[in-house]
Design a protein around this ligand. Structure first.
Ligand SMILES: Nc1ncnc2c1ncn2[C@@H]1O[C@H](COP(=O)(O)OP(=O)(O)OP(=O)(O)O)[C@@H](O)[C@H]1O
Length: 236
Protein backbone atom coordinates (compact mmCIF):
# COMPACT_ATOMS: atom_id res chain seq x y z
CA UNK A 1 0.00 0.00 0.00
CA UNK A 2 1.18 3.51 -0.83
CA UNK A 3 -0.18 6.38 1.22
CA UNK A 4 0.42 9.90 -0.07
CA UNK A 5 -0.58 12.48 2.54
CA UNK A 6 -0.75 16.21 1.83
CA UNK A 7 2.39 15.90 -0.25
CA UNK A 8 3.88 19.15 -1.55
CA UNK A 9 7.10 19.71 -3.50
CA UNK A 10 8.24 23.14 -4.55
CA UNK A 11 11.20 23.87 -6.83
CA UNK A 12 12.07 27.61 -6.77
CA UNK A 13 8.94 29.18 -8.27
CA UNK A 14 7.36 25.86 -9.42
CA UNK A 15 5.00 23.87 -7.22
CA UNK A 16 5.42 20.46 -8.83
CA UNK A 17 3.19 18.64 -6.31
CA UNK A 18 0.57 20.59 -4.40
CA UNK A 19 -1.08 19.19 -1.25
CA UNK A 20 -1.63 15.84 -2.93
CA UNK A 21 -3.32 12.98 -1.04
CA UNK A 22 -4.28 9.55 -2.35
CA UNK A 23 -3.87 5.89 -1.49
CA UNK A 24 -2.75 3.07 -3.77
CA UNK A 25 -4.39 -0.18 -2.67
CA UNK A 26 -3.02 -3.70 -3.11
CA UNK A 27 -4.53 -6.22 -5.52
CA UNK A 28 -5.25 -3.76 -8.30
CA UNK A 29 -3.57 -1.68 -10.97
CA UNK A 30 -3.83 2.02 -10.19
CA UNK A 31 -3.27 4.19 -13.24
CA UNK A 32 -1.54 7.49 -12.57
CA UNK A 33 -2.57 10.08 -15.14
CA UNK A 34 -2.00 13.75 -15.80
CA UNK A 35 -0.83 16.13 -18.52
CA UNK A 36 2.89 16.71 -19.16
CA UNK A 37 4.37 18.46 -16.16
CA UNK A 38 1.44 17.58 -13.86
CA UNK A 39 3.80 16.15 -11.24
CA UNK A 40 3.56 12.36 -11.75
CA UNK A 41 7.29 11.67 -11.91
CA UNK A 42 7.95 14.03 -9.01
CA UNK A 43 5.33 12.21 -6.92
CA UNK A 44 6.96 8.85 -7.72
CA UNK A 45 10.40 10.24 -6.84
CA UNK A 46 9.01 11.54 -3.53
CA UNK A 47 7.50 8.12 -2.75
CA UNK A 48 10.93 6.56 -3.39
CA UNK A 49 12.76 9.09 -1.25
CA UNK A 50 14.70 10.36 -4.30
CA UNK A 51 13.42 13.85 -3.54
CA UNK A 52 12.49 15.37 -0.18
CA UNK A 53 8.97 16.75 0.26
CA UNK A 54 8.58 20.43 1.04
CA UNK A 55 5.71 19.30 3.29
CA UNK A 56 3.50 16.27 3.76
CA UNK A 57 4.69 12.69 3.43
CA UNK A 58 4.56 9.51 1.35
CA UNK A 59 4.40 6.17 3.15
CA UNK A 60 5.04 2.74 1.71
CA UNK A 61 3.56 -0.05 3.80
CA UNK A 62 3.18 2.43 6.67
CA UNK A 63 6.62 4.06 6.71
CA UNK A 64 8.79 6.31 4.56
CA UNK A 65 10.62 4.26 1.91
CA UNK A 66 13.99 5.51 3.17
CA UNK A 67 13.33 3.74 6.48
CA UNK A 68 12.68 0.35 4.85
CA UNK A 69 15.28 -2.17 6.06
CA UNK A 70 15.30 -4.00 2.70
CA UNK A 71 14.20 -1.36 0.17
CA UNK A 72 14.32 -3.52 -2.99
CA UNK A 73 12.18 -6.18 -1.36
CA UNK A 74 9.67 -3.52 -0.35
CA UNK A 75 9.27 -1.48 -3.55
CA UNK A 76 10.33 -2.06 -7.13
CA UNK A 77 10.36 0.89 -9.49
CA UNK A 78 11.03 1.71 -13.11
CA UNK A 79 11.45 5.46 -13.48
CA UNK A 80 13.95 5.90 -16.31
CA UNK A 81 14.75 2.84 -18.39
CA UNK A 82 17.71 4.54 -20.07
CA UNK A 83 19.57 5.07 -16.77
CA UNK A 84 21.73 1.97 -17.20
CA UNK A 85 25.47 1.78 -17.92
CA UNK A 86 25.61 1.09 -21.70
CA UNK A 87 28.79 -0.99 -21.50
CA UNK A 88 27.33 -3.56 -19.13
CA UNK A 89 25.45 -6.66 -20.15
CA UNK A 90 21.85 -7.03 -18.99
CA UNK A 91 22.95 -9.94 -16.81
CA UNK A 92 25.78 -8.01 -15.15
CA UNK A 93 23.59 -4.95 -14.62
CA UNK A 94 21.04 -7.04 -12.73
CA UNK A 95 23.74 -9.03 -10.96
CA UNK A 96 25.31 -5.82 -9.59
CA UNK A 97 21.90 -4.60 -8.47
CA UNK A 98 21.15 -7.94 -6.81
CA UNK A 99 24.54 -8.13 -5.09
CA UNK A 100 24.18 -4.71 -3.48
CA UNK A 101 20.79 -5.71 -2.07
CA UNK A 102 21.60 -9.19 -0.82
CA UNK A 103 19.63 -10.91 -3.58
CA UNK A 104 20.94 -14.20 -4.99
CA UNK A 105 22.11 -14.82 -8.59
CA UNK A 106 19.29 -17.30 -9.25
CA UNK A 107 16.81 -14.46 -9.06
CA UNK A 108 18.68 -12.63 -11.84
CA UNK A 109 18.02 -15.49 -14.25
CA UNK A 110 14.40 -15.68 -13.10
CA UNK A 111 13.58 -12.04 -13.78
CA UNK A 112 15.44 -12.09 -17.12
CA UNK A 113 13.23 -15.00 -18.16
CA UNK A 114 10.12 -13.25 -16.85
CA UNK A 115 10.74 -10.21 -19.08
CA UNK A 116 11.85 -12.27 -22.10
CA UNK A 117 15.48 -11.10 -22.16
CA UNK A 118 17.23 -14.45 -21.53
CA UNK A 119 18.48 -14.76 -25.15
CA UNK A 120 20.20 -11.33 -24.99
CA UNK A 121 21.23 -11.42 -21.32
CA UNK A 122 24.96 -11.34 -22.14
CA UNK A 123 24.70 -8.52 -24.68
CA UNK A 124 25.68 -4.93 -23.92
CA UNK A 125 22.77 -2.75 -22.86
CA UNK A 126 24.14 0.02 -25.13
CA UNK A 127 22.86 -1.98 -28.11
CA UNK A 128 19.35 -2.46 -26.68
CA UNK A 129 16.26 -0.89 -28.24
CA UNK A 130 14.12 1.31 -25.97
CA UNK A 131 11.64 -1.55 -25.63
CA UNK A 132 14.42 -3.91 -24.50
CA UNK A 133 15.64 -1.27 -22.04
CA UNK A 134 12.10 -1.00 -20.66
CA UNK A 135 12.03 -4.76 -20.18
CA UNK A 136 15.38 -4.62 -18.40
CA UNK A 137 14.10 -1.83 -16.16
CA UNK A 138 11.08 -3.94 -15.31
CA UNK A 139 13.36 -6.90 -14.53
CA UNK A 140 15.23 -4.64 -12.09
CA UNK A 141 11.99 -3.59 -10.43
CA UNK A 142 10.94 -7.24 -10.00
CA UNK A 143 14.33 -8.37 -8.66
CA UNK A 144 13.46 -8.08 -4.96
CA UNK A 145 10.02 -9.69 -5.49
CA UNK A 146 8.44 -6.59 -3.90
CA UNK A 147 4.78 -6.21 -2.91
CA UNK A 148 4.72 -2.63 -4.17
CA UNK A 149 5.67 -1.70 -7.75
CA UNK A 150 5.77 1.64 -9.55
CA UNK A 151 6.23 2.06 -13.28
CA UNK A 152 6.65 5.47 -14.96
CA UNK A 153 5.65 5.22 -18.63
CA UNK A 154 6.78 1.59 -19.11
CA UNK A 155 4.93 1.31 -22.41
CA UNK A 156 7.13 4.00 -24.04
CA UNK A 157 8.93 2.60 -27.05
CA UNK A 158 7.27 -0.82 -26.94
CA UNK A 159 5.84 -2.46 -30.05
CA UNK A 160 2.24 -3.79 -29.98
CA UNK A 161 3.45 -7.17 -28.73
CA UNK A 162 5.36 -5.44 -25.93
CA UNK A 163 2.40 -3.25 -25.03
CA UNK A 164 0.20 -6.30 -24.65
CA UNK A 165 2.91 -8.05 -22.67
CA UNK A 166 3.08 -5.13 -20.19
CA UNK A 167 -0.70 -5.19 -19.82
CA UNK A 168 -0.70 -8.89 -18.94
CA UNK A 169 2.28 -8.45 -16.63
CA UNK A 170 0.59 -5.60 -14.71
CA UNK A 171 -2.69 -7.51 -14.46
CA UNK A 172 -0.82 -10.61 -13.28
CA UNK A 173 1.18 -8.73 -10.63
CA UNK A 174 -2.02 -7.14 -9.29
CA UNK A 175 -3.75 -10.53 -9.25
CA UNK A 176 -0.92 -11.75 -7.00
CA UNK A 177 -2.04 -9.10 -4.49
CA UNK A 178 0.67 -6.56 -5.23
CA UNK A 179 0.21 -2.80 -5.19
CA UNK A 180 0.79 -1.37 -8.67
CA UNK A 181 1.11 2.32 -9.58
CA UNK A 182 1.43 2.80 -13.33
CA UNK A 183 1.75 6.06 -15.25
CA UNK A 184 1.00 6.34 -18.96
CA UNK A 185 -0.28 8.81 -21.51
CA UNK A 186 -1.91 6.06 -23.58
CA UNK A 187 -5.56 6.26 -22.57
CA UNK A 188 -6.75 3.31 -24.66
CA UNK A 189 -4.12 1.10 -23.06
CA UNK A 190 -4.84 2.42 -19.58
CA UNK A 191 -8.53 1.62 -20.08
CA UNK A 192 -7.53 -2.03 -20.65
CA UNK A 193 -5.02 -2.24 -17.80
CA UNK A 194 -6.14 -0.20 -14.78
CA UNK A 195 -8.77 -0.93 -12.13
CA UNK A 196 -8.48 2.42 -10.44
CA UNK A 197 -7.26 5.86 -11.53
CA UNK A 198 -5.56 8.74 -9.81
CA UNK A 199 -5.58 11.80 -12.08
CA UNK A 200 -3.59 14.91 -11.27
CA UNK A 201 -3.25 18.32 -12.89
CA UNK A 202 -0.79 21.07 -11.92
CA UNK A 203 0.29 18.97 -8.97
CA UNK A 204 -3.22 18.67 -7.54
CA UNK A 205 -5.66 15.80 -7.33
CA UNK A 206 -8.26 15.92 -10.08
CA UNK A 207 -9.86 12.47 -9.63
CA UNK A 208 -9.38 9.35 -7.50
CA UNK A 209 -11.88 6.85 -8.82
CA UNK A 210 -12.54 3.31 -10.05
CA UNK A 211 -11.96 3.15 -13.82
CA UNK A 212 -15.51 1.81 -14.31
CA UNK A 213 -17.04 4.97 -12.79
CA UNK A 214 -15.36 7.09 -15.45
CA UNK A 215 -15.99 4.81 -18.40
CA UNK A 216 -19.67 4.53 -17.50
CA UNK A 217 -20.05 8.31 -17.14
CA UNK A 218 -18.16 9.31 -20.32
CA UNK A 219 -18.04 7.91 -23.87
CA UNK A 220 -14.42 6.80 -23.31
CA UNK A 221 -11.57 7.14 -20.84
CA UNK A 222 -9.87 9.53 -23.26
CA UNK A 223 -12.92 11.79 -23.23
CA UNK A 224 -13.18 11.63 -19.44
CA UNK A 225 -9.48 12.42 -19.07
CA UNK A 226 -9.55 15.35 -21.49
CA UNK A 227 -12.61 16.86 -19.83
CA UNK A 228 -11.24 16.42 -16.30
CA UNK A 229 -7.77 17.75 -17.06
CA UNK A 230 -8.76 20.38 -19.65
CA UNK A 231 -8.23 23.28 -17.28
CA UNK A 232 -4.94 21.86 -15.92
CA UNK A 233 -2.95 21.90 -19.14
CA UNK A 234 -0.65 24.83 -18.68
CA UNK A 235 3.12 24.72 -18.58
CA UNK A 236 4.68 26.23 -15.52
N1 LIG B 1 14.39 18.87 -10.29
C1 LIG B 1 13.52 19.80 -10.70
N2 LIG B 1 13.82 21.12 -10.66
C2 LIG B 1 12.93 22.07 -11.06
N3 LIG B 1 11.70 21.79 -11.51
C3 LIG B 1 11.33 20.50 -11.59
C4 LIG B 1 12.21 19.43 -11.19
N4 LIG B 1 11.56 18.25 -11.36
C5 LIG B 1 10.35 18.57 -11.86
N5 LIG B 1 10.22 19.91 -12.00
C6 LIG B 1 9.01 20.61 -12.50
O1 LIG B 1 7.91 20.11 -11.79
C7 LIG B 1 6.76 20.00 -12.65
C8 LIG B 1 6.27 18.55 -12.62
O2 LIG B 1 7.17 17.72 -13.37
P1 LIG B 1 7.03 16.13 -13.46
O3 LIG B 1 8.19 15.64 -14.26
O4 LIG B 1 6.82 15.57 -12.12
O5 LIG B 1 5.68 15.98 -14.30
P2 LIG B 1 5.09 14.70 -15.02
O6 LIG B 1 3.63 14.67 -14.69
O7 LIG B 1 5.87 13.50 -14.70
O8 LIG B 1 5.27 15.10 -16.56
P3 LIG B 1 5.47 14.17 -17.89
O9 LIG B 1 4.14 13.55 -18.17
O10 LIG B 1 5.85 15.21 -18.92
O11 LIG B 1 6.57 13.19 -17.60
C9 LIG B 1 7.20 20.50 -14.01
O12 LIG B 1 6.82 21.85 -14.12
C10 LIG B 1 8.71 20.33 -13.97
O13 LIG B 1 9.33 21.27 -14.81
Amino acid sequence: MIDVKHLTKTYASTTAVDDLSFRVEPGQVTGFLGPNGAGKSTTMRLILGLATPTSGQALVNGRPYREAPEPMREVGALLDATAVHPGRSAYNHLLALAATHGIGEIRVAEVLAQVGLTPVARKRVGGFSLGMQQRLGIAGALLGDPAVLMFDEPVNGLDPDGVRWIRHLMRGLAAEGRTILLSSHLMSEMALTADHLVIIGRGRLVADTPLSDLTSAYPSLEEAYLQLTGSSVEYR
